[in-house]
Design a protein around this ligand. Sequence first.
Ligand SMILES: Cc1cc2nc3c(=O)[nH]c(=O)nc-3n(C[C@H](O)[C@H](O)[C@H](O)COP(=O)(O)OP(=O)(O)OC[C@H]3O[C@@H](n4cnc5c(N)ncnc54)[C@H](O)[C@@H]3O)c2cc1C
Length: 452
Amino acid sequence: MTPPTVAVVGGGISGLVAAYRLRRSFGAAARIVVLERSARLGGKLRTVPFAGDPVDVGAEAFIARRPEVEELVAELGLADQLVYPSGARPLLFAGARLHPLPTGTLMGIPASAQAVEGLVDDDTLARITAEPTLPLRWDRGTDMSVADLVRSRFGEQVVRRSVDPLLGGVYSGLSDTAGVRAAVPTLAAALDAGATSLSDAVARALPAPSDAPVFGTLREGYGVLLEALVRAADAEFLYGTAASGLRRTGGKWSVDPIGEVDGVVLAVPAPDAARLLADSVRPAAQWVAQIPLASSVVVALAFPHDTGLPQNSGILVATGEDLSAKAFTLSSRKWPHLAERPVALVRASFGRFGDDALVDAPETQLVELARTDLATVTGFDAQPVAAFVQRWHGGLPQYREHHGEIVAAFEAEIAGIDGLEVAGAMLHGVGVPACVATGTAAAARLVDRMAG
Ligand SMILES: Cc1cc2nc3c(=O)[nH]c(=O)nc-3n(C[C@H](O)[C@H](O)[C@H](O)COP(=O)(O)OP(=O)(O)OC[C@H]3O[C@@H](n4cnc5c(N)ncnc54)[C@H](O)[C@@H]3O)c2cc1C
């Protein structure tokens, strides 16, 4: 077969993994072109030099209970870069004071009152205790917002103090805009399987206790993975080049501005995918246009060591607290390799879906808010020796009610079309492992179809 020409649109992790897999399958002679709108690759993965060493200012970890990142890292010869957290536990700031983050919850949803004792009031504890005795209405296959489900069974405090901070950490959104089926799929499965109450469903869905680390990261940041993928993909990387049009031309595709190609992998955020597909696959575009994005800002701070930060991995903030920050990662406490650095590292996050006024605030204001909010929650009041502000406009797709059905309808439209595949955070999970999986799957489908 003549060596094919394939365009990968979007140079985030999903697109880079797709480009790498295509290179492996098609071999050295194939022409693989990666179009990236911005001046750098990586999308929501970004590692910058900070206080003398590399630091991630986008994603900073991956779920280690999924295999994709560890497998990819090993395959690329980077296994010695893998590191795991110290085991320090996170805190929760709720009701203007710090609490240990409850254990034995599913995304903050407790299986019993005991799990949230001290965090919610006595009325709420009594309500959780009584919940298994109340009839539960859940139609198999249905969906609703996580907030509606939890509020109707356990009350508002559990939503705002326990569930929102956890969902906010993963999706940059609140439980009002998270669908049960997409955001807590194992809970939906337990409810579908006939759980008699929410407490029962959570108990059934809780993962078995394990000593295996929940998270992992890379010693020198995600940048080393991006560099290895770029080398191994051996593609033409077109920086500052947005794909501006996509048309079917006979058996091929025409991608503006590069022209005709045999196949395309689209690995861009949902609104960009909707724009690109609007002319060529309108029904698919209409489905994916329903997935909104949340914006946020990460402020990295470096402090002199041993200045009294708590011995915890981070602090999540409940909804309704008198703070601007949504969360803090105490990076030097969370990661042993960062504890070895000459400065103590903290990441503060601001902004979430429907609340992004601070995303475009001046850098000085964001740094000052990060510092003063950190002082409010920890009592640790010091001037940072360095600060870095990273804005993430449209950083994370929102997995709202019926997200799975939207994605299934979207993928069904794409599946009928030769030479076009889609990958990315909007589909089957926002985390890096899920993105790696979609990039791999998109490349495999394209190779199969082009070979057939
Ligand atoms: C602040 C933050 C923290 C996070 N933390 C974690 C974490 O700790 N762990 C974790 O697992 N996940 C985390 N995530 C989620 C994860 O980082 C992302 O979901 C993932 O990196 C998305 O990868 P992607 O390739 O699908 O999309 P993106 O990274 O969005 O890449 C898409 C690329 O497409 C480009 N593009 C868009 N339109 C066009 C066009 N028309 N032509 C050409 N190029 C185009 C964009 O410029 C971008 O580079 C975090 C996300 C954010 C924002």
